[in-house]
Design a protein around this ligand. Structure first.
Ligand code: SIN
Length: 283
């Protein structure tokens, strides 16, 4: 197995692996690389939805997939599709986010498999939330210690959300009522590495606990901008047969909508995660 880092911040391409025949030593090496690089890109895989589900079980088992309709025989495999003729300039996932952080048990990982890709564009960007935490001053780290944030699906899947209107070939169901909110730590301890990650995102983090949205906005804006500053990011270029797996416990990602007139189809699954736990600086 050869590993080629994508940038100094995160991400690596893994060569020499067939994901359909993983032995225990290879799986151990993948887990080791995953903890180090956070985003792993496997090229030239030939996967069916059933194979993707087998991999999803291998990497922790499926999480709960709300709002998005999956393939008829594989409800946990969500087709992320944009047809060449679609007029909207938006595409699914085209705002920085971490998957489903509005859940009590947000997904640990996401697996995204490229079925059909535009000749150029349609890349996915990733950002390292450990590096963002490390970039903070000691004073700011202390201020964030113990702070909780409120996450909600309201902007994407609430009664007034318009995301579904832009996705002509995906079936998205909005909540009829205001979605539930979840409280998660702003600084999250990663359950495998024990490292602190600055765990907010602009799509689902609404405000800090015990503060108004207005009071929270300036600091959230600063933290989200820090997370995606270029030195914390990498870019994955897709081609059919690429499978990328990322860690939602320490990264954000963002799809790019720069391939008008071309088709893109991906299959996506998420794996079950734990209730996020807080990192405390002094323990
Ligand atoms: C997602 O955000 O889950 C999809 C990302 C992509 O299609 O690149």
């Amino acid at each position: 197995m050869q590993i080629t880092p994508l940038t100094g911040a995160l991400g690596a391409e893994i060569q020499g692996i067939d994901l359909k025949s993983l032995d225990s030593e290879t799986s151990r090496q993948i887990e080791h690389a995953f903890a180090e690089y956070l985003v792993l890109v496997f090229r030239d895989q030939d996967l069916t939805p059933a194979d993707l589900m087998t991999l999803t079980h291998h990497f922790g088992g499926p999480g709960e997939t709300p709002y998005l309709e999956g393939l008829p025989d594989y409800p946990d495999v969500v087709p992320v599709i944009k047809e060449a003729k679609e007029k909207s300039q938006h595409s699914f996932g085209a705002g920085w986010h971490t998957d489903f952080t509005f859940q009590e048990h947000p997904p640990a990982r996401t697996l995204l498999y490229a079925v059909d890709t535009p000749p150029t564009g349609g890349d996915t960007l990733y950002a390292n939330q450990y590096d963002a935490y490390d970039a903070l001053s000691e004073g700011m780290k202390s201020s964030l210690d113990g702070l909780m944030a409120i996450h909600s699906a309201v902007r994407s899947y609430g009664p007034k959300a318009t995301l579904k209107d832009h996705m002509e070939h995906m079936t998205i169901t909005n909540d009829a009522k205001e979605p539930q909110t979840r409280l998660h730590p702003v600084v999250r301890r990663h359950p495998v590495t024990d490292k602190p990650a600055l765990w907010v995102n602009p799509t689902y983090t609404i405000r800090f606990k015990d503060m108004t949205e207005e009071e929270s906005n300036t600091l959230l804006h600063y933290l989200n901008a820090l997370i995606i500053s270029p030195s914390h990011t990498c870019r994955v270029k897709w081609r059919p047969g690429t499978l990328t797996m990322w860690d939602n416990r320490c990264t954000q990602h963002c799809a790019t909508s720069d391939y008008r007139g071309h088709r893109r189809e991906m299959w996506r699954t998420t794996t079950a995660g734990e209730i996020p736990s807080a990192y405390t600086k002094d323990c």
